[in-house]
Design a protein around this ligand. Sequence first.
Ligand SMILES: Nc1ncnc2c1ncn2[C@@H]1O[C@H](COP(=O)(O)OP(=O)(O)OP(=O)(O)O)[C@@H](O)[C@H]1O
Ligand SMILES: [Mg+2]
Length: 254
Amino acid sequence: MTRPRRRRPTLVLRGVAKTYGAGETAVRALRGIDLVVERGDFLAVMGASGSGKSTLMNVIGCLDVPTAGRYLLEGIDVSQLDDLELAFIRNRKIGFVFQTYNLVPRTSALRNAELPLVYARVPKHERRQRAVEALEAVGVADRMHHLPSELSGGQQQRVAIARAIVTNPAIVLADEPTGNLDSASGAEVMQIFSRLNAAGRTIVMITHEHDIAEHAKRVIHLVDGRIESDHRTAALDALPPKLAAAEVPRAELA
Ligand SMILES: Nc1ncnc2c1ncn2[C@@H]1O[C@H](COP(=O)(O)OP(=O)(O)OP(=O)(O)O)[C@@H](O)[C@H]1O
Ligand SMILES: [Mg+2]
């Protein structure tokens, strides 16, 4: 009997641990994380301050290496890579969105969105086109010639999301993406994440807020560096819950 071939998961973490420092002052930020994230999922990571959320994010984003365990990103064993290879993986496979947007000041929205493609040595014409498309996808193309200082917080975060998706990464990682936004702008940003996920993008998002986590299809809770609970709230191939609730026709989501 032939079984249907399963697609390779985007992320596989097995017994991932991260300890900062050594001896009596050692901090065990992650204490054995087992986590598989399938392609197309939308995962929210919750947990109290100090529970290890950002540490987990840094490991997943290849910004930091675990002290024990294995981590595979699209089947690649990240622990085997040197710094140059890690930088390459970060550029090509991961899109980062931070609480504070982290846009380059005195540089237009368009240029900000284009930046990862500059590092990836994509030719100028193609770069431009893809950056414009990414800005269109998040609804800020009309502001592309403005500087970050001329944009609202919500618009800046949209530009940051455009920058995160412009390389067509395997995963978008967001650490408290709505943390600095008022609730209306936060809701708009969450709708953008939901639409990106509906279009097939894999998203891992850290949040403190339950109403933000409700946009995801699966929610895990960290306690003291361990996964304490793991709940699925929408099927992997379903629309993210809030979009489904808004009954947006699938045809509009492309
Ligand atoms: N570079 C570091 N050196 C030493 N300890 C660290 C370092 N980074 C984090 N820690 C410790 O690891 C633990 C987990 O930190 P982490 O930043 O992952 O928590 P968090 O869940 O993101 O918290 P918050 O919600 O406040 O952002 C904490 O005890 C923290 O003090
Ligand atoms: Mg944190």
